[in-house]
Design a protein. Structure first.
Ligand code: RP5
Length: 160
């Protein structure tokens, strides 16, 4: 965890393929992340222990991805005042709609910023975490600008 500014939590090891883009984009922006499998319902003690030390160990933003009745992001937000970015995962017969609603419909008082279902949501959560860090870190801001420039340059003007 040492040196990590972003935590990437997921409810199951099976969520990793979906959550990888968050880690990849942060690595691209030279931001270290701490990737953990922590379930709000299967490993509740692991979650509270991790969150109790997260801020002190240098974590500034938490990305939490989960599927099904996805309460990981909400419970994480309940235990921490760090910004929590929720990623609903398409791992159930309801194809992530259940996770989207569970993550986005937080009752007033404990916010979770919710992203798109699946890998696009994970990637954008990583980029959003970088944007939060960029507010107080000009080097991250510069790398984020360069990322956007490269992305724009890679889009062809015509389809062929
Ligand atoms: C959630 O339940 C996890 O986030 C995962 O998406 C879903 C299913 O978990 P597994 O049964 O595949 O471990 O807690």
């Amino acid at each position: 965890m040492a040196g990590s500014r972003v935590a990437i939590l997921m409810g199951s090891r099976n969520d990793w393929e979906t959550m990888k883009p968050a880690e990849q984009v942060l690595t691209q922006l030279k931001i270290e992340s701490d990737v953990r499998v922590i379930s709000a319902h299967r490993t509740p003690a692991r979650l509270t222990a991790y969150l109790a030390g997260a801020e002190q160990s240098g974590i500034e933003v938490i990305i939490a991805g989960a599927g099904g009745a996805a309460h990981l992001a909400g419970v994480t937000a309940a235990h921490s005042v760090l910004p929590v970015l929720g990623v609903p995962i398409d791992s159930s017969p309801l194809q992530g709609l259940d996770a989207l609603l569970a993550t986005v419909q937080m009752p007033g008082g404990i916010p979770v910023a919710t992203f798109a279902i699946g890998r696009a949501g994970a990637k954008n959560a990583g980029l959003f975490a970088a944007a939060i860090l960029a507010r107080s870190d000009p080097a991250v801001r510069q790398r984020l600008l360069e990322y956007r420039e490269a992305q724009a340059a890679a889009v062809p003007e015509r389809p062929e």
